[in-house]
Design a protein around this ligand. Structure first.
Ligand SMILES: [Zn+2]
Length: 302
């Protein structure tokens, strides 16, 4: 059964208002990740999520898809999402009140008292009855907070079936970036094309500062990358400095020859664009290193 269209719209805007870029430049993807996870669990029939049971899953999502941080706090979204009106903690009165009411309760209490969280009853019912609504809210959260190259991975990790996520790409941006880098991956030089039209295969215009973080559609926020290197940039495995040096994260591992091939690029200059005005802008580069790159950079031989 489908929720009525006005009900659907109201719900969607409720989740839309969860614009969690309120802290300026910093990514705050914790709440969207919790909701995506809860949608996945709901699809499997779970009404309530007990904190101690989901803590590890949630932490893993934050580690993998959240910004690189020294410590991750799955208890924050679990507690603070209530203020957005899309989450309830029915047994919150069993918790000792923290001194400052805006602080979450002690994590040991959440664990030991088997505190549960979940969608409020009306939202839960609408979502349970309508898989299409679940998908559209999941897509909304993904497209508001993450670049499209990661949607599939996040959906899989959250246990969601998305079908194909809709994406928006600015065609001019793509064209200008590919042209600036002469239609080849700025890292590996990949430039295969197909057919008489010579359409590039798997060559993409990557945003250094994500569109979701208001990264501009300027060439100085772009890099022409093959699909693999684009993915690695968005995953924080790679970083490109303002003067075009490539850094590989120490966190990348795997087997040779793939690993050594990647590390061969470390500390080297990538292909330069046709004009110096196309070089990556300092501000977007700083954003990427602070919000995405999983440093430190490895200390490989250069
Ligand atoms: Zn490449």
């Amino acid at each position: 059964m489908q929720a009525s269209s006005s009900r659907r719209e109201r719900l969607q805007s409720q989740f839309e208002e969860l614009t969690v870029w309120k802290q300026g430049e910093q990514r705050a993807s914790n709440k969207p990740l919790l909701i995506l996870y809860a949608l996945g669990r709901l699809a499997q029939g779970d009404r309530w999520l007990t904190y101690s049971n989901i803590e590890e899953d949630l932490r893993n999502l934050l580690v993998e898809f959240g910004p690189p941080r020294k410590r991750h706090h799955p208890e924050y979204p679990f507690w603070h999402l209530r203020t957005d009106g899309v989450w309830v903690i029915p047994e919150s009165d069993r918790l000792d009140a923290p001194e400052n009411t805006s602080d979450p309760p002690r994590i040991t209490e959440l664990r030991e008292k088997n505190i549960r969280g979940g969608f409020p009853e009306d939202i839960y019912e609408s979502l349970r009855e309508d898989p299409g609504l679940r998908r559209s809210i999941a897509r909304l959260l993904l497209s508001s907070h993450f670049p499209s190259s990661l949607h599939e991975d996040i959906a899989v990790a959250a246990g969601l079936d998305l079908e194909s996520a809709s994406t928006y790409r600015d065609p001019d941006f793509r064209l200008q970036v590919l042209q600036a880098y002469q239609y080849q991956c700025a890292i590996c030089g990949f430039d295969l094309r197909i057919g008489a039209t010579g359409t590039p295969i798997g060559l993409e215009a990557a945003h250094i500062k994500w569109k979701q973080a208001q990264g501009p559609d300027d060439v100085s926020n772009g890099l022409a990358l093959c699909a693999l290197h684009h993915k690695m940039l968005d995953k924080g495995a790679l970083h490109v400095t303002e003067d075009l040096y490539l850094l590989v994260s120490e966190a990348v591992h795997g087997s040779d020859p793939h690993l050594s091939r990647l590390r061969d690029h470390h500390g080297k200059r990538i292909h330069t664009p046709q004009r110096t005005t196309y070089y990556p802008d300092g501000e977007v580069v700083t954003w990427h290193v602070e919000e995405v790159f999983r440093g430190p950079a490895g200390a490989y031989q250069m």
